[in-house]
Design a protein around this ligand. Structure first.
Ligand code: IMP
Ligand code: MG
Length: 188
């Protein structure tokens, strides 16, 4: 059966194709496996919700025994950036002595990854690495340097492959720039 392909409105300009994303995810998984080894257990901690599609693809290429966990954070309201709100403080998740891979879909100011990284460090993991699929080419506003980076992308508002604008467009199989008309909140 053919997978339905959502029509591309004029407001969406492709930034990373399905093929590019597939190759990138595969490379990241190879890098992680090469560093971590194939036998040591790993806790893969994804930052909801944008990470879901990337994480689902990434873990299917990881060979080691692993556990999938999520933490929720919110830093945008529409395309306007706000302060990071960690919506769930990792609850009763026990990370002490474990190897953790913190995963996000896109690195923008760096605040989200930095604040969740701090939370995880408090839980005394044996090892903590960070992985982002997309890294916006812009100055960071928090001190983060991910261990694994997929693709450098321009500093524009992106949707697709998990990324949303007001909870829309996450299901696009590629990443696109969402072009907004001047000062408007909705795409053309
Ligand atoms: P940061 O805290 O500024 O680095 O932003 C990271 C978080 O903001 C990501 O986890 C995303 O949820 C969200 N985000 C950043 N840039 C975009 C974007 O271009 N489109 C959609 N969400 C974004
Ligand atoms: Mg969002």
């Amino acid at each position: 059966m053919q997978r339905p392909c959502p029509a591309r409105p004029r407001a969406l300009q492709p930034v990373a194709s399905e093929e590019e994303l597939r190759t990138t995810v595969r490379r990241l998984a190879d890098e992680i496996a090469a560093d971590h080894g194939r036998h040591q257990p790993l806790v893969v901690l994804g930052i909801m919700k944008g990470v879901v599609i990337f994480l689902a693809d990434l873990v299917r290429h990881l060979p080691m025994p692993l556990q999938i966990e999520f933490v929720s954070a919110r830093s945008y309201n529409g395309t306007r950036q706000e302060t990071v709100e960690v919506l769930d403080d990792l609850g009763g998740l026990d990370l002490e002595g474990k190897a953790v891979l913190l995963v996000d879909c896109v690195l923008d100011t760096g605040r989200t990854l930095a604040s969740i990284h701090r939370e995880v460090v408090r839980r005394s993991p044996a090892d903590l690495k960070t992985c982002v699929l997309l890294s916006k080419q812009r100055p960071r506003r928090a001190p983060v340097r991910p261990d694994y980076v997929g693709l450098g992308v321009p500093d524009v508002f992106l949707v697709g492959y998990g990324l949303d604008h007001d909870n829309r467009w996450r299901h696009l199989p590629y990443v696109a720039e969402l072009r907004m008309p001047e000062d408007a909140q909705e795409p053309e």
